[in-house]
Design a protein around this ligand. Structure first.
Ligand code: FMN
Length: 157
């Protein structure tokens, strides 16, 4: 099965999980890129504001065509109890090119179900599997077993 892991990451957590996943599944990676950075307090508040108004900011053209993959795994940080807006932009642009989808997120502690529900609506498909991990669990081996189960579900989905 050919798999693409697509993700956005501001501070590195979602990127870490994306790379772990890609290594476990033998998948390719696509980072969602923007022209404008989100560093510092101003960048933070722009994230919070865009999440609040459910914006879909401009993103760079994807390097990989998701139509060329059996499964696209989409990863987002949770912002304001939902999807990170650059991920919304990506999914709006490319949803018609997904065969099967799975979702994952990293978060402080809440918002994963709302984000997964919006991703499902935007994709027009139910995910074969979902996986949420808190930033606290990330440095510990605690997330490894749930991650392994997520990868196992992808194979049977
Ligand atoms: C603007 C902003 C809003 C956030 N809102 C939430 C939230 O509503 N719920 C939550 O659990 N975590 C929230 N977080 C924490 C992030 O989801 C968490 O740190 C995540 O792992 C960041 O992923 P990244 O390092 O890939 O950017 C927020 C972070 C930012 C920057």
């Amino acid at each position: 099965m050919k798999i693409l892991v697509v993700y956005f990451s501001r501070s590195g957590h979602t990127g870490q999980v994306a790379r772990e996943l890609a290594a476990r599944c033998g998948a390719e990676l696509e980072a969602i890129r923007e022209a404008r950075g989100r560093d510092g307090p101003r960048g933070y508040w722009r994230c919070a504001w865009q999440a609040l108004i459910r914006a879909a900011p401009p993103i760079a053209k994807a390097l990989k065509d998701p139509a060329g993959y059996d499964l696209v795994i989409i990863g987002t940080p949770i912002w304001n109890f939902g999807l990170a807006p650059p991920v919304r932009s990506y999914v709006r642009q490319y949803a018609g090119r997904f065969r099967q989808v799975a979702f994952f997120c990293t978060e402080g502690g809440s918002g994963d179900q709302r984000a997964f529900a919006e991703l499902g609506r935007l994709c027009g498909k139910a995910p074969v599997a979902t996986f949420a991990v808190t930033e606290k669990e990330l440095p510990e081996p605690a997330h490894r077993e749930p991650l392994r189960r997520f990868v196992a579900r992808l194979a049977t989905g």
